[in-house]
Design a protein around this ligand. Structure first.
Ligand code: TXA
Ligand code: MG
Length: 318
């Protein structure tokens, strides 16, 4: 899928200040040299991303952190040992080497070490940190296959095709506090996973979600999307040209034009891997609506429902 020659060509693009889309285990990222402000500016321009929304910086080795961060917290090493490479972004105090555009002027930077083999290959070959948001237009559905990037994002110099991703929703973002930690964006690694490695706060709500880019509307498909409690809520006439993404329900589904079940046996990991890909496919069908049966908001379900609520939000206010 991706040859050494492709990696070399990608490194050349990054070194020239251009953009390269690449797979991570969570979603495809749109990468630029994190230490080149002009290159990073291209990311904001191409995605039409507001400049107040900071980017995540990707690394391949823990040593790289030393030049990127000041006042390194001892808990970072514990988290890195437990979860890196993997879908966890840790917020740290940034050094002056990171251009302000990367962090949207914040004094902190989000860093993660992805586990996708192509991502690691690219990061090692480039051997400099890569700033990368998800490779979609701002506010749209995140890409989980290379074709989602090539079909929806024009103007990327190069797309490395590493096949479909293995996690499917973006990394968990954690901020360390004097007393405990806070989850800024829920993801595959849960609050419980993190608190098994470092102490949790005594008094903070565990589902508070406050990353600056966490606007209410996000991941929005081109087709009307509604979250439902029960299949019965959708009338026959509404269902006839609509798709349903059921969770537990097995009956009452025949009235829909398309039934897209994301996980056999209600397996949330499989659900997470498939959700963005399903939204990409369904928004290209000739249908009026996508109905999604709600899933329980616990563990990984919390992260998935966070994405689904944001995908539905635009349609609740129109
Ligand atoms: O899984 C992921 O994290 C993917 C892959 C490509 O690594 N990246 C990703 O990036 O989801 P993006 O740009 O779509 O989302 C980054 C999120 C935004 O909500 C942003 O506000 C938050 O990370 N963020 C970045 N730096 C931050 C900081 N210093 N403090 C708080 N939040 C930060
Ligand atoms: Mg994104």
């Amino acid at each position: 899928m991706v040859s050494d020659k492709d990696i070399q060509a990608a490194v050349e693009q990054l070194s020239a200040g251009n953009l390269v889309a690449f797979p991570t285990e969570t979603v495809y990222g749109l990468g630029a040299d994190a230490l080149n402000a002009l290159a990073v500016a291209k990311i904001f321009e191409l995605k039409k991303r507001p400049s107040f929304d900071p980017l995540i910086v990707h690394i391949h080795s823990l040593e790289q952190i030393n030049e990127l961060v000041v006042n390194l917290d001892t808990r970072v090493e514990k988290l890195a040992t437990a979860f890196w490479p993997g879908p966890l972004t840790i917020i740290m105090e940034k050094s002056s080497i990171i251009p302000d555009i990367v962090t949207a002027g914040l004094s902190t930077v989000g860093i993660r070490m992805p586990s996708n083999p192509v991502a690691i290959q690219l990061l090692k070959a480039f051997n400099k940190p890569i700033a990368a948001p998800s490779a979609n237009m701002f506010g749209k559905v995140s890409p989980t296959k290379a074709e989602h990037v090539t079909n929806k994002l024009e103007g990327v110099e190069m797309v490395l095709d590493g096949g479909p991703v293995s996690v499917g929703i973006e990394s968990t973002i954690v901020q360390l506090l004097d007393d405990g930690f806070k989850i800024l964006r829920p993801g595959f690694i849960t609050y419980e996973d993190i608190s098994s490695v470092i102490p949790a706060s005594s008094d903070l709500s565990k589902d508070e979600v406050i990353a600056p880019g966490m606007v209410k509307s996000h991941y929005s498909p081109d087709v009307y999307l509604k979250l439902i409690d029960s299949i019965d809520e959708v009338t026959q006439s509404d269902a006839v040209n609509a798709a349903i993404i059921p969770f537990k329900s097995e009956s009452g589904l025949d009235k829909f034009k398309i039934v897209k079940r994301l996980s056999a046996n209600d397996d949330l990991k499989q659900y997470a891997v498939n959700i963005f890909s399903a939204l990409h496919e369904l928004q290209d069908e000739n249908i009026d609506a996508i109905y999604v049966e709600k899933i329980p908001e616990e563990g990984l379900g919390l992260a998935i429902m966070d994405r689904l609520k944001k995908a539905a939000y635009r349609f609740t206010i129109e």
